[in-house]
Design a binder for this molecule. Structure first.
Ligand code: AMP
Length: 221
């Protein structure tokens, strides 16, 4: 879909990353995932990465001004002119307001905000069983989506890890942060008539079909 500008919203573990990666490739637009950008900065050991890691490892949000600066730079890059899928941003009301201003200045407002709805027990199951590739960012699940060879990435052959923030205690913290800081965005985007809600609990192909339909339909009355 040419030129589509979407936000994928949802709690950690809802499947935003998996769906965004597939659909961005399908539609020829960049997937802009702030979590991936921060993890890359952390493993490269940049000042931003080192600062971000102290928040990420304990399941807290990185400060708004840092994230907003990162996104402003990213959206200014030429590939984002074709459209984008934002995955993991915005996560707070100030971030959403900053995004509105940025896109207004660029004359490229959002088309749709897709909310992936998944229950808390299912999120806990998914996140604590998740294993990730630190190199290509592919994700697996010990039970429901294991790699072909245990602990090895199917796509690039590197050793899989459990993200520090996917340990149970930190997962609970991230879900609480989501409920407190990110869930208010549902009303924010509902009021702008941009929100489309779909169940994120089906198998990934069914969820993807739902997102495709939603992204091309008009929202609301
Ligand atoms: P994610 O991979 O999207 O779950 O993000 C992992 C971590 O990166 C989060 O728990 C936050 O610490 C940080 N992070 C990612 N995106 C944002 C954002 N938009 N605002 C603040 N912190 C973020």
């Amino acid at each position: 879909m040419k030129g589509v500008r979407l936000v994928f919203l949802g709690p950690p573990g809802a499947g935003k990353g998996t769906q965004a990666r597939e659909l961005a490739a399908e539609w020829g637009v960049p997937q802009i995932a702030t979590g991936d950008m921060l993890r890359e900065a952390a493993s490269a050991g940049t000042a931003l990465g080192r600062q971000a890691k102290t928040y990420m490892d304990r399941g807290a949000l990185v400060p708004d001004d840092v994230i907003i600066g990162l996104i402003a730079e990213r959206l200014a890059q030429p590939d984002a002119k074709r459209g984008f899928i934002l995955d993991g941003f915005p996560r707070t009301i100030p971030q959403a307001e900053a995004l509105d201003r940025l896109l207004k200045d660029l004359g490229r407002p959002l088309d749709r905000v897709v909310f992936l709805d998944v229950s808390e027990p299912e999120l806990l199951r998914r996140l604590t069983g998740r294993r990730s590739c630190p190199v290509c960012q592919a994700t697996y699940h010990l039970v429901s989506a294991p790699p072909r060879q245990a602990d090895v990435c199917d796509r690039c052959g590197n050793a899989l890890i459990q993200r520090v923030d996917d340990r149970e205690e930190t997962v609970r913290k991230r879900l609480a942060v989501y409920a407190d800081q990110t869930a208010p965005l549902l009303d924010y985007y509902r009021n702008q008539r941009l929100l489309a809600s779909i169940s994120g609990e089906g198998d990934p192909d069914t969820v993807r079909t739902g997102i495709r339909r939603t992204a091309t339909d008009r929202v609301g009355p």
